[in-house]
Every structure is written in C-alpha cells, then in structure tokens.
Design a protein around this ligand. Structure first.
Ligand code: N01
Length: 538
C-alpha cells in the first residue's frame, strides 16, 4: 500500500481523503475531491451542513459580504439561485448551502453528529488514523481540515456564572430550537458583530436590555436592500473581479493617499458612506490602515456621522469617543441597521465595562463593581472566538514521531501558505491562519484554497505520489512573510481576535495574511507552477 498512489484501489480500504467539517469550505472540498474520483468522505460535529451558519443561529445572524459575492462561483450553481437581499440572513445562507449540496451531492457522504477528537499519522503506511466521539477509527490517506477560523467559541470566565438561575447562551452555541427574547430582561456581553446583531433584535422585543460593552464597535450602516433578478447577468464579471481585489470583494481600495485635500476626501467619504456595507472600510483610500493621519481622517468622519444618531448625551463618548481607542478598521467593524436607535431606547442601558467591570454573575443577573445589580432573565455571551488556532488545539493531532500539532503552534502559527505544516504530512489546512481568511470575503478565499488543494491532490494522483509535506525552510519563509506583511499595517495597535489578543494567554501575532488576496493567490500559483516548490513528495 505504501507504493499505491492516491486513488489507486486500496487493499484494506482506507479512505483516500477525509474532509473534516461541512461548512462552506468542507462542502465544496468534498465535492472537488469526489469529482477527482477519490473515495472521499466527510465528518461533521453538527447534525447538518452549514458550519459557522449552523452554529451561529442567534437572532439577527447575518453576513456582511454583499450577496452576489457571498456564494460559490461554480458554473451551473449560481445561475439557478436567487438571493432575496443584499446582506443575507443565516437562515437564507443555510437554504443556499442546501441548494448547493443538491448539486454537489456530498452530504450523503458525510457522517454527522461526529466530532473528531484526534488524528495520528502512521508514518509507515502514510495514513491518518482519526478518532471521533461517534464512530470507529477512520483511516485515511489524506486529511483535509475544513474547520474554519471560528469553530471554537471564546467563553471568558465570569465568577458566579454557574449560579445564574436564568438562561445563558454563547451566540455560537445558540439552541437550534430558538430562544424567546420577547418580554424578557436580556443582558448581552460583547459588542462585536455578533453582539451588535443580537442587540438589534433584542431591542425590538425585550422588556429591558442591558448591553455590557468593553470596546465600542466602529460600525457601518448596512443599507440593506432587495436583490434585483436582472443583476444575475453580471455575476460572472463580479466573480472575476472578486479575485482581483485586495479583500476578495467586488470593490477595491482607492489607490491614492487620503491627504488629497479636505473637500475631495469629504466627497469620497460621503459617497462610500452612502453606499453602505463595508465600502467605507474596504473601498476607501489605501493608506487608511497603514498611515496614522489617514486613519484619523476616517475615524473623525465616522465619529461625527455616528454621533448624529446618538440621542443620549452620556452615550456619545462611550459609543463614539472624541479620540479613537484603536486605529480605525483594525478591529472588525460590524454592519448595523438600527443599532444606535436601540441604544437610544429608554428600556436599554449601556454599561461601560472599562469604568465598571462585571464583578460577579449572581442568581438573578449581573453585579458590577460599583455594586449595581442588573436583574436578567437571559444572558447572551457575544464574546467571540478563539480564532484560527482554537479549533485545532481542541483536536489531538499527532504527526511524524508522535509530535503534537498543538505544541507546534504553541509559540505561534507555522505553516506553508496556510495550507500545509511541516511534520504533519498528508494534512491540509483550509480557511485557517496564514491565509487571507479573516481579511477576505469567505467564498473567494475558500474557492482558491479548495481548488489549489484539489489540483495538488490531482498532481499526486497523476504522479503516483503518496505523501506530501511542507519543507521546513519553506514553512519558515512563509511564516516570516506573514509577519512582515502584517507589520506594515496598524493592526498591532489593536487588541483584536485577528491577532489572538482576545484570548488570555494566547500568542499575540499576525495570524492572517494581510497582503491582500491577489498577492496570496499569486504565491499559491507560483508554488504550483514551479512544480510545488517548497513541498516534499514521496
Ligand atoms: O466576536 P468579537 P464576534 N468581558 O471577538 C467582548 C465574524 N462574524 O462573535 O472588543 C467583556 O468580534 C469583546 O470586547 P473587546 C466576524 O468576522 C461575522 O462578535 O475585546 N467583554 C467584543 O466586544 C467577526 O469579527 C458576522 O474589548 C468581552 C466581543 O466580546 C467575528 O465573527 C457576524 C470579554 C467579542 O467580539 C467575531 O465576531 C458575527 C470579557 N471578558 C460574526 N471578552 C457578520 O458577517 C470578549 N468581550 C456580520
């Protein structure tokens, strides 16, 4: 078997490939591998497909990529589906993924309700032995990790949480059966994208709403709209375009410094603000995230716009401070629809955790340092994720000589192109660290990696290769490049999940490729064109 190439008929029937995760990347990866004729199967911890959209089913969950670009560009797929809105709800995305699965036909090859607990590489047979909580050990030649960057929720410690008599949920572990918000006293901890979305929904129906905020979100107006049927004719152009822009979107930054004159800048800012969505961030001057002065211009415009909508005097400094607390755009902005109007409501209280942290969760609610008791029926933890590496650390992955993957990344992520890791042969990583992931539209980055991995495996099949592993030097070089590119921006001035700074004890570093989607795509293409340079095959 050692000499059998990938896809040659196995003697003792190990799989050719096991795809872990059935989200946007896992579904498409499984499709591509099965198209190659491989005996590829999937495992998924959830009871259904959807990945992040399966788990994050809290009220108001919505994507912030515009609908035309938040889909697979696969021919024969996009032509048959019409989205209803510019920014899709989680429910609509799940419907779309089920539609895609009807075409791909992969869910019948996925074992659901099955969480991968460990994976051990058998050096002699070049096989992965994968253990789960709900199946016998699965043996596979290739292991493709499609667990995304947000599979592990971050649940901070709050003293007394176990004593709380009401209900509490993390947004990423929201009950599929739903949770009643109407008429309840609801507390929300966290004002990231998830928190903003829940707050907007709770504000409509809750009896009282208490928002526990540590850092204000520098939000943008969503400007939701319906999709016109005719717009589908331009999808091919949009799909082409999204591979050419810095963030994998349909728009790109303006290749000019923002110091072009106050009047011109004001006109540009007004236009971007009017467009809504992420335009003011991703479609603005290209020095905004690398130059302090440029960044100040954007922040000042944002602050003044947002302040016009805040009617409670005491909230002005808390929601839109005079002086920015971190560089504008270096923490992920949320798209909002009526966020400030909710915070203006009389039944809504904003607690600034910087002045007044939560001392304890009690039987009946939360008590802050100043002694105030907030009575709550429902507490929502919108506290984010142990991003990029958390999901990997939860799986006992052992590579050559029994080396543990969590030890390899304990002092910082090391990878080649964010897809391969030295010492862990025949394992591919997808939509994780060291690639554009968090800095790019999801489907754009996912398609690039899925296709690259499928092409690489096809190359192995054609050449009867059984083992692939990143060369250590190539891995070191790529890791250095990720850090060099990250250091060019203002990212390191913010405590964000982009850099692992949100989880106590985690290594703080540039985890994602901040050099733009096209440069990443170019690097991947060059590696393949040069005979998969930096990779050792057997
Ligand atoms: O998580 P976050 P998220 N005490 O980490 C606060 C994607 N996403 O789930 O900023 C008190 O952004 C924390 O405060 P601070 C998207 O990529 C997309 O909201 O650290 N507060 C912060 O306010 C997004 O960026 C969509 O000071 C604590 C919040 O919790 C990513 O997922 C929707 C705390 C966490 O915010 C993550 O978003 C949802 C503590 N101990 C998610 N610990 C869309 O497409 C943390 N916080 C629209």
């Amino acid at each position: 078997m050692i000499h059998a190439g990938i896809s040659e008929a196995p003697v003792d029937r190990p799989l050719d490939a096991l795809v872990v995760g059935a989200g946007v990347s896992g579904l498409y990866q499984l499709h591509r591998l099965r198209q190659l004729g491989l005996d590829a199967k999937g495992v998924e911890a959830a009871s259904d497909i959807g990945g992040t959209w399966y788990w994050n089913c809290y009220p108001g969950a919505r994507v912030d990529s515009d609908a035309p670009i938040y889909q697979y560009s696969v021919e024969g797929l996009w032509e048959g589906w019409q989205f209803s809105k510019r920014f899709l709800s989680g429910e609509e995305i799940l419907k779309y993924l089920h539609y895609a699965d009807e075409t791909f036909g992969v869910s019948r090859h996925i074992r659901f309700n099955t969480r991968v607990l460990g994976a051990r590489f058998n050096d002699t047979g070049n096989l992965w032995e994968v253990t789960t909580d709900n199946s016998p050990t699965i043996t596979t030649r290739l292991l493709v990790m499609c667990i995304g960057f947000a599979s592990k929720p971050h649940q901070p410690y709050f003293k007394g949480l176990e004593t709380f008599r009401g209900e509490w949920y993390h947004t990423a572990r929201w009950p599929k059966s739903g949770v009643e918000l109407e008429g309840k006293r609801v507390g929300v901890i966290g004002t990231g994208a998830s928190g903003v979305q829940v707050i907007q929904e709770a504000g409509k129906v809750a009896k009282e709403l208490v928002v526990f905020q540590r850092t204000p979100n520098l939000t943008f107006p969503m400007r939701q709209s319906t999709q016109a049927e005719a717009s589908r004719s331009i999808y091919p152009d949009i799909f082409r375009q999204r591979t050419t822009t810095f963030s994998g979107f349909h728009m790109d930054s303006i290749p000019k410094p923002s110091i072009e004159g106050a009047a011109a800048r004001q006109a540009v800012f007004d236009e971007l603000w009017g467009k809504g969505g992420l335009e003011f961030w991703l479609g603005s001057y290209d020095d905004t995230l690398i130059n302090d002065t440029a960044n100040d211009y954007a922040y000042a415009y944002w602050r003044d716009k947002v302040r016009q909508r805040i009617h409670k005097e005491e909230l002005l400094e808390k929601l839109a401070p005079t002086v920015k607390m971190h560089p504008f755009g270096t923490k992920r902005p949320a798209l909002e629809q009526h966020f400030y109007e909710v915070l203006n409501q009389e039944n809504v209280t904003l607690v600034d955790l910087n002045d007044n942290p939560i001392d304890e969760i009690t039987f009946t609610g939360a008590r802050t340092k100043d002694g105030t008791e907030y009575a709550l029926d429902l507490l929502v933890m919108a506290t984010g994720f142990d991003s990029a590496t958390g999901g990997y650390n939860d799986i006992e992955i052992k590579g050559t000589n029994g080396a543990r993957f969590c030890d390899k990344w304990a002092s910082g992520v090391k990878s080649y192109l964010g897809m391969l890791a030295h010492g862990f042969p025949n394992m591919f990583i997808e939509y994780g660290p060291h690639s554009p992931t968090a800095f790019a539209n999801g489907p754009t980055g996912i398609e690039l990696q899925v296709d690259w991995i499928a092409d690489c495996i096809e190359y192995m099949m054609k050449n009867s290769l059984v083992r692939i592993e990143a060369n250590e030097k190539a891995e070191q070089d790529w890791t250095r490049r990720v850090h060099e590119v990250g250091a060019k921006g203002l990212w390191n001035q913010a405590k964000s999940w982009y850099r692992g700074a949100n989880v106590p004890g985690k290594v703080v570093e540039d985890m994602f490729w901040a050099g733009g989607f096209p440069s990443y795509a170019k690097a991947c293409k060059e590696v393949a064109d040069n005979g998969y340079e930096g990779i050792i095959f057997v």
